[in-house]
Design a protein around this ligand. Structure first.
Ligand SMILES: C[S@@+](CC[C@H](N)C(=O)[O-])C[C@H]1O[C@@H](n2cnc3c(N)ncnc32)[C@H](O)[C@@H]1O
Length: 279
């Protein structure tokens, strides 16, 4: 039986959630790809949204968003190794499926997003005893009351902060740092010089706003400490082997000739607030 497509009513920024969703669905089709995400494929097939018209020109770059996702998954898994019953808070979750990939049967999980994204997410994901979806905005405080009052806790904001202005990013980190000092947040940053060439992720309507050349500057914002920062310049060897052939061959050449380009997009792990690292 053919089902009616699920209508999409999203604002410009929330609509950016379609990019990583589509990238995971496309990457699932690639033999030996970076991840397998059947749920993303199902969602893409059921939404009333013309993915081909919007993103087909970027098909061969879909692996990039997945690389970011898989590298962040690794940090989440490392945290769960140390804190199997810890809490993970996925900020700006969109239609992300990280819970499905990393759940160890013991963790506590919160997904957070703006109201329009939450409404769409509810048509595909249901809450459970260890998993809760809440409305909330990074940079605002109210939703933090829904979280446990103390750690172990890990925050993740994948492809989110770049759409906010610097004041909101600072405020969001400060609010988390006040309540969860010493616990980590994982997020990506993009250097302003590469905004133009990342039009796909910026999309037509929601441009990148916050650019960051060097994530170490964030340490000067209120005692946070940068624990790790990696870029596409330093892709772990096992993941490099799973890139599309063309990218795998180009990577050594790009490292030599365009290192700044590969370093333009960083994945960061930051200990929040002034308490010594508890990550
Ligand atoms: C590019 S999507 C990324 C979705 C998801 N993190 C992923 O990787 O699949 C950006 C997401 O950030 C959300 N978002 C934008 N501003 C936000 C804010 N201030 N607080 C929380 N989420 C926000 C959007 O609604 C959207 O779901």
């Amino acid at each position: 039986m053919k089902h009616e497509p699920t209508p999409v009513a999203l604002g410009d920024v929330a609509q950016t959630l379609m990019i990583p969703l589509w990238s995971r669905a496309i990457e699932t089709e690639r033999p030996g790809g970076l991840l397998v995400d059947r749920k993303a494929q199902e969602i893409v097939a059921s939404l009333d949204f013309d993915f081909e018209a919007r993103f087909a020109a970027h098909r061969r770059l879909a692996f990039r968003a997945c690389l970011r996702t898989v590298m962040i998954d690794r940090w989440v898994l490392e945290f769960l190794d140390r804190h199997p019953e810890g809490t993970v808070v996925e900020i700006g979750t969109g239609l992300n499926t990280r819970f499905e990939r990393v759940d160890n049967g013991r963790l506590r999980w919160f997904d957070v997003d703006l109201p329009d994204a939450v409404a769409l997410r509810r048509t595909f994901f249901t809450d459970g005893p260890r998993r809760t979806l809440i409305e909330g905005a990074f940079g605002h405080e109210g939703w933090l009351d829904a979280l446990p009052s103390s750690g172990p806790i890990l925050f993740v904001a994948e492809a989110v902060l770049v759409y906010l202005d610097e004041t909101t990013v600072r405020r969001g980190l400060e609010l988390l740092g006040r309540r969860f000092s010493g616990w980590p947040i994982v997020f990506d940053t993009v250097a302003p010089r590469s905004f133009a060439e990342r039009r796909m992720m910026g999309t037509r309507d929601a441009a990148f706003v916050w650019g960051c050349d060097d994530p170490r500057v964030i340490e000067g914002w209120g005692g946070h400490r940068l624990l790790d920062s990696v870029t596409l310049h330093d892709i772990p060897a096992d993941l490099r082997r799973r890139l599309p052939l063309r990218q795998r061959l180009a990577h050594p050449w790009l490292r030599l000739t365009r290192p700044q380009r590969l370093r333009a997009h960083a994945l960061n792990r930051l200990a929040l607030g002034a308490t010594p690292d508890q990550a």
